[in-house]
Design a protein. Structure first.
Lengths: 417, 247
């Protein structure tokens, strides 16, 4: 009884302290609200464009409007999550990292036992018609955990830190490989590789990471004939591979038919034959509808996002947020580029969504959570930078006094992070 | 404190600065790689839109076939508390032949069908053909997936010979609960089984299968895929266990 009382008391104190911290944080929220509303307006516009595209791409299907309506619901739901991301300071994620990691990693392993198999991969939880893909929702948690791990291990020797970082990412990807979800694994692997490179890995270490990655790809090719067939189809080294090439051929037809200006109001002829034209092949369907001129902004937007993240990483980042920015940039823009490359026939066919545009609740929520996380971190970094400049101005010494050498510089601030 | 460290270890600051600069430089490397990727993607897009001849694609588009099939899901089972399956559904097939309108065509098609070993004994006699012209003749009932004739027909028979699927509800003979189970009937419009009495009627909402939409598409190269749609994997009805529900 006494134990229960003590536990309840501790829980109460923790919740009260948390609420107090959030209230304190909200007290200084006016600037953040401006950022949030601007961001919501932009994302709502982009997400609505995605819904319209889904609605147009599903023409001729029996359940046409079902996809776009559901996507709109997910979008509104996701924007609420984005608000939650803005509400919690990044110290919240650091404090509760253990809980977040246990929950997300548990979900990743749990799907192997309790998940539903769709298209050969046991990657989905399904409850009464509601589906959730934990490997998608784990992406923001991966970024937070990797950044935390990197900062936590900063006293380690250089080599050990890289090896441990690669091992951490490998362990994170293991349940996703076992599902097996190759597309998502590829995105995680790409993000890890880029993060390790940007965090200072030299070329020898890059090779040391690439060798096991190539071994893993070889294993997947040997073990899963359908993956092998896709690669053979892509490199043109197989026999009759028409069934494997179907999707790639139809997507190519869409791109050719779309031309420079597309045929939004013309009778659809090519994209109705493309499988998964509301998610995995949405770029090809969009190219037929809008043409090169219409889809060019999508490519620029993807480039713009990674550019923005690189700018934040170079300009404002602390040691914790640097991997978060770059990881978020690679995760979303890298995924978008892989989607585009598959749709344009530059890569073997694999099921990858176009973030924010393709149909899929888990993917949309994840995208919005990552954007929310980046914006929150950027806002806090800017606030810290502004306050450090103020400190520097206040502490500017009188001409003949001895000045503190580095007080107020970003390097000094990082020590107190 | 930081100032003290810097004063005593100027090399450390220089090293930290070089690390910071390297991180910023590498972030820019990343952006350059993505910019090159964007140029490649745009180049490919523009090449496809401008340079590829549409002749081959137009030919393939001409031979495209697209068809949507609504297939009824199987009704769920009724399972006793001790695990015995009391009622279950089996998918059966009816073999049909749409006899051509003219006698000469009907005779030619009959000769073609007679070359399929399993189909030959089921065909109507040549003398009886004049009475069947333009009609759909049932050649066989209650075929199951294990019958060889199904595979022969789907592989070799002309398009006028077709298979019609339907469900048959089976019950465990001699089970004491048989009287409680009740009856089902087939919904003519969709081919789904519907409970009309007993437990079959009481738990109809749980047991009843749903329609599954399959999209079959093919092009001039005979490539074909099945595109499962929204109700894809939820077509079959759920089982009920008499230990969990009150009979």
């Amino acid at each position: 009884m006494a134990t229960i009382f003590i536990l309840a008391r501790l829980a109460h104190e923790k919740v009260t302290a948390e609420a107090r911290a959030i209230r304190r944080d909200l007290g200084n929220a006016t600037g953040r609200l401006h950022v949030y509303f601007r961001l919501v307006a932009l994302l709502l516009a982009l997400g609505s464009a995605g819904c319209l595209l889904i609605q147009s791409a599903t023409r001729g299907m029996a359940s046409q409007s079902c996809f776009s309506r559901l996507q709109m619901v997910w979008l509104l739901f996701g924007l609420t999550f984005l608000g939650a991301c803005f509400l919690f300071p990044r110290s919240f994620y650091k404090r509760h990292l253990g809980i977040i990691l246990s929950l997300v990693y548990g979900l990743l392993w749990g799907v192997l036992l309790f998940g539903t198999k769709i298209q050969g991969a046991r990657s989905w939880y399904r409850f009464h018609g509601f589906c959730m893909q934990p490997s998608e929702l784990a992406k923001p948690a991966f970024l937070i955990a990797f950044a935390w791990f990197w900062k936590w291990a900063e006293k380690w020797p250089f080599q050990a830190r890289f090896a441990a970082g690669a091992l951490f990412a490998g362990l994170w990807m293991l349940p996703i490989i076992l599902q097996p979800d190759w597309g998502t694994t590829m995105i995680y692997a790409l993000t890890t590789l880029v993060l390790l490179y940007c965090l200072g890995m030299n070329w020898r270490q890059v090779l040391a990471v690439l060798v096991p990655a190539l071994a893993g790809i070889s294993w997947a090719l040997a073990r899963h004939p359908y993956v092998r067939r896709r690669f053979m189809a892509f490199f043109g080294t197989g026999g009759d591979l028409s069934a494997v090439c179907w999707q790639a051929m139809q997507m190519r037809d869409c791109l050719i038919k779309g031309g420079w200006t597309g045929g939004l109001f013309a009778e659809p002829s090519s994209f109705v034959y493309v499988p998964y034209r509301y998610n995995d092949s949405i770029f090809a369907a969009a190219a037929e509808l809008l043409g090169v001129a219409g889809v060019l902004p999508l490519i620029l937007l993807c480039l713009g996002w990674v550019g923005y993240c690189c700018y934040l990483a170079g300009r404002h980042a602390s040691r914790w947020t640097y991997p978060v920015y770059l990881g978020a940039g690679v995760m979303l823009s890298g995924q978008a580029f892989v989607h585009l490359a598959v749709n344009l026939g530059l890569m073997p066919t694999t099921g990858i969504n176009l973030p924010l545009i393709s149909y899929g609740g888990s993917s949309l929520l994840t995208t919005l959570l990552i954007i929310g996380l980046v914006e929150r971190c950027a806002w806090e970094d800017k606030q810290e930078e502004a306050s450090s400049m103020a400190i520097a101005v206040v502490s500017t010494p009188a001409p003949r006094e001895k000045a503190p050498l580095v007080a107020g510089t970003p390097l000094a601030l990082e020590n107190g992070e | 404190m930081a100032g003290t460290i810097v004063q005593t270890m100027p090399g450390a600051v220089a090293m930290r600065r070089s690390v910071e600069e390297r991180r910023i430089r590498r972030a820019w490397h990343l952006l350059i790689v993505f910019a090159v990727g964007a140029v490649v993607l745009f180049g490919r897009l523009a090449w496809l839109a401008h340079h590829v001849s549409g002749q081959q694609e137009a030919l393939r588009a001409k031979h495209r076939v697209s068809q949507e099939l609504w297939i009824p899901g199987r009704r769920g089972r009724i399972v006793a508390a001790d695990g015995r399956v009391l009622a279950w559904s089996e998918r059966r097939f009816r073999l049909l032949w749409r006899v051509p309108d003219t006698l000469s065509e009907a005779l030619a098609e009959r000769t073609e069908c007679a070359q399929i070993q399993e189909l030959a004994p089921l065909l109507p006699a040549a003398a009886a053909l004049p009475t069947c012209l333009g009609r759909e003749v049932v050649l066989e009932h209650d075929l199951t997936l294990s019958d060889d004739i199904l595979h022969s027909v789907s592989a070799w028979a002309p398009a006028t010979v077709s298979l019609h699927a339907y469900f048959v509800r089976q019950t465990l003979p001699g089970a004491p609960e048989s009287a409680l189970l009740g009856e089902v009937e087939l919904d003519d419009e969709h081919g789904l089984e519907r409970g009309v009495s007993g437990l079959e009627k009481r738990y109809d909402q749980v047991l009843r299968g749903r329609l599954v939409c399959l999209r079959m598409i093919a092009d001039g190269r005979q490539a074909m895929v099945m595109d499962e749609k929204s109700e894809g994997e939820r077509g079959n009805g759920d089982d009920i266990h008499l230990g969990e529900v009150s009979p």
